[in-house]
Unconditional design. Sequence first.
Length: 352
Amino acid sequence: MSDDDNSPISAREARRLFAGLKAAPALVLAVSGGPDSVALMWLAARWQRSLARGPQLTVVTVDHGLRPEAAREAREVKRLANQLGLPHRTLHWRGAKPKTGLPAAAREARYRLLAEAARAAGASHVLTAHTRDDQAETLLMRLFRGSGLAGLSAMAPLSERDGIVLARPLLDVPKSQLIATLRRAKVGFVEDPTNRDTAFTRPRLRALLPLLAAEGGDARNLARLAARLARANAAVEVLADGAERFLRLRDRGGAPQADVRSFEASAFAALPEEVRLRLLLRAINALGHEGPAELGKVETLLSALDEAIAASLDARATGRPVLKQTLAGALISLAGGRIQIAPAPARRRGSG
Ligand SMILES: Nc1ncnc2c1ncn2[C@@H]1O[C@H](COP(=O)(O)OP(=O)(O)OP(=O)(O)O)[C@@H](O)[C@H]1O
């Protein structure tokens, strides 16, 4: 069964989608020329016209310099933006392009350029047109990659990057509704052929979605799962914050050092496994110089640490380290009943 909804988005519905953005001084709309982001631009323009004093809107298209048609597509977005009375800028990703990991590098460059454009326009937010279908695909991609709770929470409706808020007002809207909105408004759009290129993971997963939907795994259910996991993840983060404070309070005796995190092993051992894991992950990512650490590796380290703590508590702690391991450029050790995480010493030349 498909959860597509072919009704255009009403002005009232759009007001609800953009409600949290009304007080912003200015907004950047990230528009590639595809249906989702052209719909975002059209909906935002109509919303802004309906406000007495709404935010200034600037439309930005990034030309990654990867497809010859991109320049024409950017001109087409400019034409549409101007028809809607909105200023438009095209930004270029210049410089060398990597041979592997091209989509990730292009995304990184895109968000950097969009954040720069926001700063130049005095905008507090960059709006992208991610839909509920994108959210479902993201969840599946992360599931198949073996992500944990944080990764399976998929995309957040609001996040921050370089001092700019990244907003995804359409994250709960089906793509089919955006297409219906454009059809009703008689607005054209382009389809990026790389969206169907099965050399990339995301299009291959996209092709699986109808099969999953037929079994009840439609975008609505998958996106709802992501939202539920995000809620649980936020709660566990608060628990981890509290546990960090608790361990710090118990640690008043030791002189605090900026580049070392140290936990009393017996207090650490009494915390829930997920919280222990996050404390380790946070410390390794903060102090290691090769991070972020892989979740699976931190899980393995935690099992070794748990075993070592249990053994050392039995045998009464001596001053000698009972565990000493490096992970993601951090050195993790257990000695004298304390866990210490510090930056790993730089590897000697020629030894690695
Ligand atoms: N070339 C571009 N110029 C401006 N905005 C873009 C461009 N490409 C994508 N965007 C914005 O990002 C949104 C998501 O696009 P898309 O799904 O293609 O991204 P992606 O490569 O999957 O990466 P991610 O989903 O992490 O952003 C679009 O709806 C649009 O708002």
